[in-house]
Design a binder for this molecule. Structure first.
Ligand SMILES: Nc1ncnc2c1ncn2[C@@H]1O[C@H](COP(=O)(O)OP(=O)(O)O)[C@@H](O)[C@H]1O
Ligand SMILES: [Mg+2]
Length: 355
């Protein structure tokens, strides 16, 4: 296990800067997710941790020891890729034992540890099969066993669930979380899926265009997003965003005015999550435009004086149909304000529906 530190890490190929100015500390035993859209530098960061890529600049430390110059094979890092990358000509047992070959582990001990790792991920009954005889989910479990067999000080997972179907993805999420808790191995998960990141990780590093946008717990990113980018990236269905003008203790949005709590002036963006809206007497008058059942919840598209809003209510049966008129309200602390020009959140500023 290790504490990982990235100091001003940068990776560049010719003109392309993939990662820039990355400062991050991952505590010993922590489970961190690197989250962001395709091409933002997640895999590049992971490959630098693995020793597959060498940083162009900056310092990388494992337990306080610089490892920039340490080769991948000497870092004791386990890595799982989206494509399971099993050796097709080796059976499951030999696939799992493979990383121990280069560590001088005696054959008998390697075989014993392979069985142990296979048990950990529940593939012990598959040890004599060939990869071609396994389902995608089973292959991914074997890849996990292969990454864990050398008892790595760091486990790296690059979009490990992307190739699995929805049901399997759900169970593997729980499974990987359990494994991480059980082994206590410091883990970095790379994903573009905000649900994966928020359900699995202790902390999320949200990246955009090669830079860190925000680091925090899933709750931090959901409730206190530093920027419009994070606010929009986290949460499904996405947050409602409405342009407005703050002036003299009031916020003009759409065709109406809200009471401003806290100091703000000029062009702002008001954010309200669909799940923060609920039916309420004396709230915003709302006309239901559309109703979308989403299993246990129902999504409503509303026309309101603020503009169009998405509202998510629990319950599979809709209390309203298209064309119904009703009223919706929200708590001031569930309103988030951003500066329109900087796209940064205005801390401690909220709005309230006029009484
Ligand atoms: N080997 C490489 N050579 C040149 N450019 C690369 C290489 N690997 C990645 N890049 C570029 O770096 C950026 C980040 O890529 P990557 O880390 O793979 O993003 P992500 O994993 O977040 O989708 C992209 O613009 C990508 O095209
Ligand atoms: Mg990637």
């Amino acid at each position: 296990m290790a504490r990982i530190e990235l100091r001003k890490i940068r990776k560049q190929w010719g003109e392309v800067v993939a990662v820039e100015d990355l400062d991050l500390v991952i505590e010993d035993g922590e489970f961190v997710a690197i989250l962001g859209p395709s091409g933002c530098g997640k895999s590049t960061t992971l490959f630098m941790l693995a020793g597959i890529y060498m940083p162009t600049a900056g310092e990388l430390l494992f337990d306080g020891i610089p490892v920039n110059e340490v080769e991948a094979k000497d870092r004791n890092v386990g890595i799982v890729f989206q494509s399971y990358a099993l050796y097709p000509h080796l059976d499951v047992r030999r696939n799992i034992m493979f990383p121990l070959k280069f560590k001088g582990v005696p054959k008998a001990e390697a075989a014993r540890r392979a069985v142990e790792a296979a048990r950990l991920v529940h593939v012990e009954e598959l040890l004599d099969r060939m990869p071609s005889q396994l389902s995608g989910g089973q292959q991914q479990r074997v890849a996990l066993a292969r990454a864990l067999v050398k008892e790595p000080q760091l486990l790296l997972l690059d979009e490990p669930l992307s190739n699995l179907d929805a049901t399997l993805r759900l169970s593997m999420r729980t499974e990987i979380k359990r494994l991480q808790r059980h082994t206590g191995v410091t883990t970095v998960l790379v994903t573009h899926d905000q649900i994966e990141a928020t359900t699995m990780a202790d902390r999320i590093v949200c990246m955009r265009k090669g830079r860190i946008e925000q680091i925090g717990t899933p709750e931090d990113l959901y409730e206190r997003p530093d920027s419009l980018f994070v606010a929009s990236f986290i949460g499904a269905p996405p947050i409602n965003l409405l342009p407005g003008e703050a002036r003299d203790g009031r916020l003009a949005v759409g065709g109406t005015e809200l009471e401003l709590l806290g100091a703000a002036a000029g062009r702002v963006i008001l954010g309200i999550r669909p799940e923060a809206l609920r039916p309420g007497e004396g709230g915003l008058p709302a006309t239901v435009l559309d109703v979308e059942p989403m299993g246990r919840e129902t999504l409503f598209l509303l026309e309101t004086p603020l503009g169009q809003l998405r509202a998510l209510l629990s319950g599979a049966t809709a209390p309203y149909g298209a064309g119904d008129r009703t009223a919706f309200t929200f708590d001031p602390e569930d309103s988030i304000l951003f500066s329109e020009s900087s796209e940064r959140r205005l801390p401690d500023v909220h709005v309230r529906l006029p009484a």
